[in-house]
Ligand binder design. Structure first.
Ligand code: WQD
Length: 341
């Protein structure tokens, strides 16, 4: 069976994707510099799958180390590139670190893929490339205009996509699938892997679960004066396991030479927008846990509302994110309880 190289595979989405790949019979080698994750995640993957993925502690910016991985694992037929810095706020404070890390790691990876005759890459992108879509572009599909990025993090995703397109134009052997994620949430149903935010969570759901378990005194809801039904921001919250499954579909499509273009782009969302307050209230309903919260001012850089039109991924990849939000929120709660037990 083919082997897939998963960069950033001990991270949140990378670990869930590794599980789905292995359960579909793929061999996996993870490279990760463990700057934002720990190798304990490998134990969780092994507990779910029954076998441990190969792992090399490697920084994607280290060309020789990446080359050595391709030399050691000669059966690599595709790459899924997750490894990147991904905190929006941090990117505003440290733009140069973000540009160096997120851009040069992709360049290094593409150079080493070419040098070792590996021609398939799945790239982890983000709906942030759309910024705040205009009303006529909601729900947002892949033809919606790319807008000026609101953060260096979002800009690195846009530039990464351009790097991939330019390389594909120059190197006709390269096939790339760009997956634009909406808001990944939840944890594997086994509660053996999940989201492990470093320090104070920036994202909504880990903050909700940490408040629910008593680690945080209250959740701050950043604004209820938006032009939305209940005034709070709307996002497309997608179950991380559904998201992981889309990566397997993308790999299969390229390995089976089914891709219609050298570079294909897919929006990965549920197609349903939910507000912060809807998420919060649904969480309290399904868990029976009261989450203290306070409405405060808006967070700088937040967009008002975005959710996906996932028809292309549904029809072309034969994939659908259909896990009920209630189950997704419960999975996040079970994970929080597990890691605090
Ligand atoms: C969601 C909503 C907040 C925390 C970002 C990145 C995106 C991806 C996911 C990496 C917003 C509100 C949040 C809190 C709150 N990251 N919120 N209180 O900003 O949509 O997307 O994370 O790949 O690329 O841009 O996600 O979870 O931070 O916020 O009210 O304590 O929850 O204002 O409306 P976001 P988020």
């Amino acid at each position: 069976m083919a082997r897939i190289l998963v960069t950033g595979g001990t991270g949140y989405i990378g670990s869930h994707t590794t599980v789905e790949l292995m359960q579909q019979g793929y061999d996996v080698v993870i490279i990760d510099n463990l700057s934002n994750s720990t190798s304990d995640v490998l134990d969780g993957i092994e507990a779910i799958v029954g076998t441990r993925p190969a792992f090399e502690q490697v920084d994607c910016n280290d060309a020789q180390a990446v080359a050595d991985v391709f030399t050691k694992y000669t059966d690599i037929q595709g790459v899924i590139h997750f490894a990147a810095s991904k905190a929006v706020g941090e990117s505003v404070e440290q733009p140069l670190m973000y540009y160096r890390n997120n851009l040069m790691s992709l360049v290094t990876l593409l150079e080493q893929m070419k040098a070792h005759n590996v021609h398939n890459i799945v790239f982890s992108s983000s709906c942030t490339v759309y910024g705040q879509p205009a009303e006529e572009h909601l729900p947002v599909d892949e033809t919606a205009p790319i807008q000026v990025a609101l953060s260096p993090y979002g800009n690195t995703k846009q530039i990464n996509e351009e790097i991939i397109r330019d390389e594909a134009h120059a190197n006709t052997q390269l096939h790339a699938t760009i997956l634009r994620y909406f808001n990944p949430i939840g944890a594997h149903p086994s509660a053996m892997i999940g989201e492990l935010p470093n320090g104070v969570p920036q994202n909504l759901l880990p903050f909700v679960t940490q408040t629910a378990i008593g680690l945080r005194p209250e959740l701050k809801v950043f604004g209820d004066d938006y032009n939305t039904p209940d005034g709070s921001c709307i996002r497309d919250y997608i179950y991380v396991v559904d998201l992981a499954k889309a990566h397997v579909k993308a790999v299969e499509r390229m390995l089976n030479h089914q891709a219609k273009e050298q570079v294909e782009v897919f929006n990965l969302g549920t197609g349903r927008g939910l507000s912060v307050l809807e998420i919060l209230n649904t969480f309290m309903q399904v868990t029976g846990v009261k989450v203290p919260y306070q409405i405060v001012g808006r967070r700088e850089g937040d967009i008002e509302q975005v959710w996906a039109k996932p028809d292309k991924a549904n029809n072309v990849l034969g994939w659908k994110a259909d896990t009920p939000i209630e189950d997704v929120l419960l999975s996040a709660w079970r994970w929080e309880q597990k890691i605090r037990s």
